[in-house]
Ligand binder design. Sequence first.
Ligand code: ZN
Length: 328
Amino acid sequence: MTTTDIPRPGPGEVLVKITATSICGTDLHIYQWDPWAAGRVEPPLIMGHEFAGEVVALGEEVDTLKVGDHVSAETHIVCGVCYQCRSGQAHICQDVSIIGVDRPGCFAEYVVIPQRNAWLNPPEMPDEVASVQEPFGNAVHTALSTDLVGKAVLVAGCGSIGLMAIGIAKAAGAALVIATEVVPYRIDLARAMGADLVLNPRETDVVTEITTCTRGTGIDVLLEMSGNPSAIHEGFSVLRRGGYAALLGIPAQPVEFDLANEVVFKGATVYGVTGRLVWKTWYQTRALLDSGAVDVKPIITHRLPLEEFEAGMELMRTGQCGKVVLFP
Ligand code: ZN
């Protein structure tokens, strides 16, 4: 914990006073200073990117926000001029800058964000719910990248985004939502979010169980949230011919994979998920939360003062938590 000056918003930017900020898996990677973080992040840097807050100062040329507005942020600041940005794929911008990774983040009392990245929250939305809209958006992007109505869906890995995806898949009309997870605490959360069946790969043969409960057909849709090589393999093993897989989990190393049998001969479709669709995902997120179609509150398991971020990181490391929210 250290002290720094309150940042000043530049042209087109606003200063936000943080009311709640939640810990993401990315933050844990940076905190633990793993090879990815060491290769990407230039310290010293204020980390953190999921937040809710209130606009307290405007830079020059700000015309879409006013002091007192409640906001969260799309954390990927995109260039707006590359091929992807100009062809409706800004979420995979070639020159992205990420809050809390490439520029100062929100594990602080204040953060500066561009006005075009602000997402206006209803004042009555609880701060902790507003803060988790960003990861909820990752889950929305993943789950709603295909039609789930009447489908058998496997959510592999029940970290926060996996847990959110369970609720979204149910709300989207999936007929059967199966989840896999090894941490008992998160298995309970998966049930609380409405999973029809939760399997622990350390205790059961996941492939046999899923094959049986889908009457030999396999699952229609795989939502891969773990990045774990054996979970990826099991997920594709039970994916039916012609099935669809959306991959969000990030393996720590390159994964050996039977591309011929698990994708090509199966006629499977595979989609890689990066961030949120700008801004389609945010509108879907707002609709799902506002309507009550998905309740994220069971996932928000821990609330700590910002000063106790180390305890929050420890909870994240052990998996004994859903979402950990910090309050400055
Ligand atoms: Zn771009």
